[in-house]
Design a protein around this ligand. Sequence first.
Ligand code: SAM
Length: 218
Amino acid sequence: MNREVPVGPIRDKRGYYGIGIEGSKYPCNVGTLWRTAMNFGADFLFTVGARYHRDATDTPDATGHMPLLSWPDIGHFKDNISQRAVVIGIEIRENSENLVGFRHPECAVYLLGSENKGLGEEALSICERVIEVPTYHCMNVAVAGAVVMYDRYYKRVSGFGNSRYELIEEQSKLREELSQANCALAAAEERLLRIEDRVKSYKVWDEFVDLFEGEVDV
Ligand SMILES: C[S@@+](CC[C@H](N)C(=O)[O-])C[C@H]1O[C@@H](n2cnc3c(N)ncnc32)[C@H](O)[C@@H]1O
């Protein structure tokens, strides 16, 4: 079923992202990830050194909407991925960043580990950042990918880490500051006029004194 997508990053798009699994064993996980990725506006899905035989897991016809790229190993993946994109490992590690406070880069490639082995050391070595979902236990790989994609989607819709929303916030702050500055300027102008009037009246008095000096007892 196709339906209208509410205003959000799926329509109001900046940057791009792809998501994939290293050494995946089960095509059903790639299929599930593919379907979710398509729904959350990913630009491509990929596998690196997939261990299963490619077959039909593409229930919503994702192939018609989004490409599935396949690289035999991490070396090929690294050589072919855009330099502009930040490679982000999704893995539970001691030094992983918590997804909760993570700001997603505009151009990103998310790399998940295999069902039984997780992300390999070579894969981790090319990840510029590694994030983890704060869960009690390790999740299914496609589910972990879905959580990260929803997090990216939600943070962009809600404005978290989105430069456009930050700019709008800055714009209204500056408008407020400007209107306060204008009020202060008007008040200073009014005070200046009053002071100038008083200075003028002193001048008149001085002239009067000069005129009648000696004749009037001031
Ligand atoms: C089933 S887990 C791999 C488990 C593997 N036996 C291990 O201990 O590393 C498959 C993949 O899902 C992802 N994953 C699962 N739970 C996660 C979490 N809480 N945070 C980040 N990634 C997670 C990782 O990419 C992981 O490599």
